[in-house]
Design a protein. Structure first.
Length: 296
């Protein structure tokens, strides 16, 4: 999806953090290990290499010192992965500030997006980029190492184009919306399987991401300039390709064994279908908890 070159962004919505001194973690009970296990379950990733017999360096200093001033325009976002995240954050915030009151009561709050390299410290503990992009309810922040986009292309088999990259940010923003509505707290995220609450939370985030894509070409900056151009069919197909690539069955299939009972994120088909539901019907159609199990 392409930004209008003259769209203007508030770069304060995104920070770039640097990892500082690290601490070695292994099979012990540190909060960092706990976070890795929780995020591994949430995202369907195999992080056994980080919590096994060896050690990994996890940052305990998340100082904010990255300069994103170059990312103030749509033209920059069309050329730079980090600036694309800044642009997506501006469009997502504009969309949800207007849309949230239509689907829930209470106050909408803007999450902050943190770009990091290698490792980062959060209110949920410390994490390395191996966990992939994630949302921390404790600080209502989104964390993303943009090297994940390379992982999408080289390891997960997705094209990883511009809309696919922004879909990743929109999915995590969707978790923030589920947190604000109370759906996140009400869900039993300890279970697994195709109809589990864990999967329902993830599919809801996919649906919310699709809803934003469907309306993204109408979100505007403070001067009234539309942030984004209408997505093409090819761009939407690229986002759907990414949703398929990070389905539980697709990820498990790479190791040769697909175990539906262990799913925490949803199948490729489920993820594509709920993204499309949001795209075509809007955020009001994203109550995945209202759908009976055999139809999820």
């Amino acid at each position: 999806m392409t930004f209008n070159d003259d769209a203007r962004f508030d770069t304060s919505k995104v920070s770039k953090r640097s990892g500082g001194k690290g601490m070695a973690i292994g099979g012990g009970g540190s909060i960092a290990v706990i976070l890795l296990v929780v995020v591994a379950q949430q995202f369907g990733l195999d992080l056994s290499g980080l919590v096994g017999g060896g050690t990994s360096n996890i940052a305990i200093d998340g100082s904010t010192n990255g300069d994103l001033s170059r990312c103030s325009t749509g033209a920059a976002a069309n050329q730079d992965d980090e600036c694309r995240v800044v642009g997506a954050a501006n469009s997502l915030d504009a969309y949800w500030a207007a849309e949230y009151p239509r689907i829930a009561s209470g106050e909408y709050r803007t999450p902050h997006v943190n770009l990091f390299e290698g490792s980062v410290s959060t209110a949920c503990g410390s994490a390395s980029s191996a966990v992939g992009p994630f949302y921390c309810p404790g600080d209502e922040d989104i964390y993303l190492d943009t090297s994940f986009y390379k992982t999408l292309r080289t390891q997960l088999g997705a094209d990883g184009g511009s809309l696919a990259q922004m879909y990743v940010v929109a999915h995590e923003w969707g978790h923030h919306i589920s947190t604000l509505t109370g759906a996140m707290a009400a869900a039993d995220r300890g279970g697994s399987g195709p109809t589990s609450d864990s999967v329902r939370i993830e599919l809801q985030a996919d649906c919310y991401a699709g809803a934003w894509v469907g309306a993204a070409a109408t979100t505007k900056d403070d001067a009234g300039t539309t942030f984004l151009k209408t997505p093409t069919k090819a761009e939407i197909a690229d986002a759907l390709d990414t949703a398929s690539a990070i389905g539980d069955d697709a990820i498990q299939g790479k190791s040769g064994t697909v175990r539906p009972e262990s799913w925490t994120h949803g199948s490729s088909e489920q993820r594509q279908r709920w993204f499309t539901t949001g795209l075509e019907r809007g955020a009001g159609a994203c109550d995945t908890f209202a759908v009976s199990g055999n139809k999820l």
